[in-house]
Write a protein that binds this ligand. Structure first.
Ligand code: ASP
Length: 327
């Protein structure tokens, strides 16, 4: 049987970082450098490599990701069987989410990285890359959208979060757990998720800034009130619990809704924004009535990216709700 054909596309991150003379580690290695260090990779896939960027993942932009998505759409329409995107772990949950919304192919796109650099003891990059290639080349992973594979766990893009700053087991999907595992060189999928609604069609070049505002105890709302003047085109509010803000902020939310789309998410680690439980001013019923849109179960980080994509797609705000809904 012939091996699956995979594209390894590297954007940088710790997995590519080596010691610099200036101190600390910096991105230096390419996708082909990395592929050469993974024992057994040539036995699981025929690899092509591409290294468009060498950056820490905090330096990636939405434009970079739209460019990556275009490359993947084009290449997956050909004879590739899947793709692995290599990047820094700090923003994998965001990158995977954006690719999931833009790349509609059934062929697997897997994002991976490493928590430890290639020169450290116990570097996790090679194992993560091998596991990612196994998943990207597997038929079992088809139709699941973009996945994040680290520590032999297979996570759905819409669910995955970085939950620790240091451990190789940093990635979690707190709402539902990982979809599966890589065991004995095989992708084993235990749970299948529906695909999220994709954002298709041309995207405007200018990224409209969308603010992400986490509400803390006693917040007086001055940051929210300043958003229009600061030039923001949309706002995501990470409210307390099931989507709540102090009563004093409810009017501020009403004012904002007049000027821009406002999405209500939760600052809690996991769980949906409610829609019919709390009736006090500033509770979710009140805020949704005032015109805020629910982020559903999406984290504030993911809701912010989705709102940016919808604004760039030029869709009517009345169409936004379907994109935030559970698939
Ligand atoms: N700071 C790094 C990055 O995201 C962390 C990592 O790759 O694990 O680029």
């Amino acid at each position: 049987m012939s091996l699956p054909r995979l594209l390894l596309l590297s954007l940088g991150g710790t997995i590519t970082m080596t010691r610099s003379s200036g101190g600390g580690i910096v991105p230096t290695l390419t996708a082909s450098d990395l592929a050469a260090t993974v024992p057994g990779l040539d036995a699981v896939a025929a690899i092509e490599t591409l290294s468009p960027l060498r950056r820490p993942s905090a330096g990636l932009s939405l434009d970079d990701l739209i460019g990556v998505a275009r490359t993947l759409i084009e290449r997956l329409a050909g004879d590739l069987d899947g793709a692995v995107v290599i990047q820094g772990t700090d923003t994998i949950e965001e990158t995977a989410f954006v690719l999931d919304r833009l790349v509609t192919s059934d062929k697997p796109v897997v994002v991976t990285g490493a928590m430890r650099g290639p020169e450290s003891a116990g570097a996790d990059g090679p194992a993560n890359l091998l596991a990612a290639a196994i998943v990207a080349g597997s038929r079992a992973a088809r139709g699941l959208g973009t996945l994040a594979v680290l520590n032999d766990e297979i996570h759905a893009a819409r669910l995955v979060q970085k939950a620790h700053t240091a451990l190789p087991s940093a990635f979690r999907s707190p709402l539902a757990g990982p979809l599966g595992l890589v065991i004995e060189g095989e992708a084993r999928i235990h749970v299948r998720v529906g695909r999220s609604l994709p954002v298709v069609g041309p995207l405007a070049a200018e990224p409209p800034p969308v603010a992400l505002v986490k509400i803390g105890l006693g917040d007086d709302g001055r940051l929210l009130a300043a958003l229009p003047e600061l030039g923001f085109a949309g706002a995501v509010i990470e409210g307390m619990g099931a989507g709540h803000v102090p009563e004093a902020l409810a009017e501020t939310v009403s004012g904002l809704v007049e000027l821009m789309p406002v999405v209500l998410a939760t600052r809690a680690q996991s769980g949906p924004v409610f829609c019919r439980t709390y009736g006090y001013p500033g509770g979710e019923i009140d805020l949704l009535r005032r015109g805020a849109l629910s982020a559903g179960s999406l984290s504030g980080l993911k809701a912010r990216l989705l709102l940016q994509l919808l604004l760039r797609a030029g869709l009517a705000p009345s169409a936004y709700g379907a994109f935030f809904a559970e698939p």
